[in-house]
Design a protein around this ligand. Structure first.
Ligand code: LRH
Length: 502
């Protein structure tokens, strides 16, 4: 038996999972145990900038590793988190400030300037990223414009930053590096050309390493704080979506996926990027994955809309909406609301920053002449139906633009437990949905570590087969009588798009 710790940080919570590669009846399988869970969230600092409490998160990670180590020795530690954000390291080797969070609006004034230095068509041909206002290229341009890069030694993406704090070694892990829009898809390394054009010195970002690379071992102070020995910190698919997709229990290649958490990442897995103008226009991204794979997907706004709605209801403390804090009761009530009554374009930029989502949804409903969702259940139904429309559209366009055949839709992550959403996704796409596991990110993280130290062998298909053993997955068959209604719903949302001005 060999055990690993997977540190998985999401935008709303983080966890440390201890995973054993065990032998059960002559077969290898993974046995996971969550040893620590803690809240996360971006909060405005005194100057109104949204920041992550990285120092607090690091403390939680250290405590989580301590808890993992108490249960027995560890053969590796792997870290994954949300993409695009970074922390800056000064000449003294310490963090300059808590990292700015991607929902902060600091990039708005610099995007046009970046696009005049590199036009978006050329940028896509080099880096292959969906245009998102928070891509690291814009964040670094904003940072530089504000003088924030002066005297800075390194910029480290969040998992690389945590690995640095654990080991003292600075690297840039490939999968997450690809989300910066500063990586050249052809060479799979930093584009010094792009960095130069936004005025960022090439050495700011450390050398790129592949998932499976051993970054270093725990520093002495971390060994003391965790009670662990010289455990290697191993680069995994450090972009959480890379690990989530590596952990999908797929049997072959002909699948689409929704990695469903704060975001919904919807697409297919390819062996080559699609860098065409049609793909750029459709806003599809080519994130790099484990073993040379490409995640060809669209970022769909995801359960963020529901998470923020729940926050608004909690803060309002309205007793009439008290089911809103109990997710099971809320989803039950939403299931009783008639389907597709009100639909919004979940990817509208209005929904990106934190704030009062029920009010923003109401404004969109009003502006497009639809019934305004009045109760928490109605708002929830509107969000889930609108997400389903976005899934239908993204799956269809991903297969059309890539030519990749798809036979089944895997839904992984926390949203895979949402039966209403999974059934709707099956009905809307016409594909059978296999739902689960919800901890596929931790699974993908561990698979890469286990192979790096020789506890598992084989390609991604073989690794996924190990992870799939012993899992109980739900299956949702598409109801063909629902298909036309979803097609009409998609038409309604995207036909109505131009008319919505709020
Ligand atoms: C999901 C995710 C997604 C990114 C976003 C910033 O957690 O990593 O893939 O685009 O966060």
């Amino acid at each position: 038996m060999t055990a690993f710790a997977a540190v998985d940080l999401g935008a709303s919570s983080g966890r440390v999972i201890r995973a054993e590669v065990a032998r059960v009846g002559g077969e290898r399988r993974l046995v996971l145990e969550e040893v620590a869970r803690f809240a996360n969230g971006a909060v405005p600092d005194g100057a109104g900038t949204l920041r992550w409490d990285l120092t607090g998160l690091f403390g939680e990670v250290v405590q989580g590793l301590r808890a993992a180590g108490r249960r027995g020795p560890l053969a590796g530690i792997g870290i994954d988190s949300w993409a695009v954000d970074y922390g800056l390291i000064g000449a003294d080797g310490a963090l300059v400030a808590e990292p700015v969070a991607y929902r902060d609006e600091r990039t708005a004034p610099v995007i046009a300037g970046v696009h005049s230095a590199v036009d978006p068509e050329e940028l896509y041909r080099i880096a292959g990223m969906q245009h998102l206002p928070f891509n690291t290229i814009y964040q670094l341009a904003a940072e530089r414009a504000a003088g924030g890069l002066e005297g800075v030694e390194r910029a480290l993406l969040i998992p690389d930053l945590l690995a640095y704090l654990l080991t003292g070694v600075a690297v840039s892990e490939l999968t997450n590096a690809s989300t910066t829009a500063l990586l050249d898809q052809r060479t799979r390394t930093w584009s010094t050309d792009l960095l130069g054009r936004i005025g960022v010195r090439a050495g700011l970002l450390p050398d790129v390493v592949e998932p499976g690379h051993v970054i270093g071992t725990l520093s002495e102070s971390v060994r003391e704080a965790t009670g662990l020995g010289e455990v290697p910190v191993i680069a995994v698919g450090s972009h959480d979506t890379a690990s989530a997709v590596a952990g999908i229990p797929a049997r072959g290649a002909d699948f689409a996926y929704v990695s469903c958490g704060t975001w919904s990442l919807v697409g297919v897995e390819l062996t080559e990027p699609v860098l065409t103008e049609a793909s750029r226009a459709a806003n599809f991204t080519n994130e790099l994955g484990v073993d040379g794979t490409v995640r060809y997907l669209r970022n769909v706004m995801g359960l963020w809309l529901l998470q923020e709605s729940q926050r608004a209801w909690r803060e309002a403390g309205d007793p009439g909406t008290d089911i809103s804090t109990d997710i099971t009761a809320l989803l039950d009530a939403a299931a009783r609301v008639p389907a597709r009554r009100t639909l919004v374009d979940v990817d509208h930029p209005d929904f990106l920053p934190p704030g009062d989502m029920p009010a923003r949804i109401a404004a969109h409903a009003r502006a497009s002449g639809q019934p305004v969702p009045a109760t928490a259940a109605e708002v929830t139904r509107c969000i889930l139906d609108s997400l389903t429309v976005a899934y239908r559209r993204a799956v269809r366009e991903a297969t059309e633009l890539s030519g990749h055949p798809v036979r089944v839709l895997h839904i992984v992550g926390g949203g895979s437990r949402n039966a209403l959403l999974c059934q709707a996704a099956a009905d809307a796409t016409g594909l059978p949905v296999i739902a689960g596991p919800d901890e596929s990110t931790a699974i993908g993280n561990v698979l890469v570590q286990a192979r790096a130290v020789g506890a598992l062998t084989g390609d991604l298909v073989a690794l996924r087969a190990v992870a799939a053993r012993g899992l109980t997955l739900a299956r949702y068959e598409p109801d063909p009588t629902e298909r036309a209604a979803w097609a009409a719903a998609e038409e309604r949302v995207h036909g109505a798009e131009e008319r919505v001005h709020v």
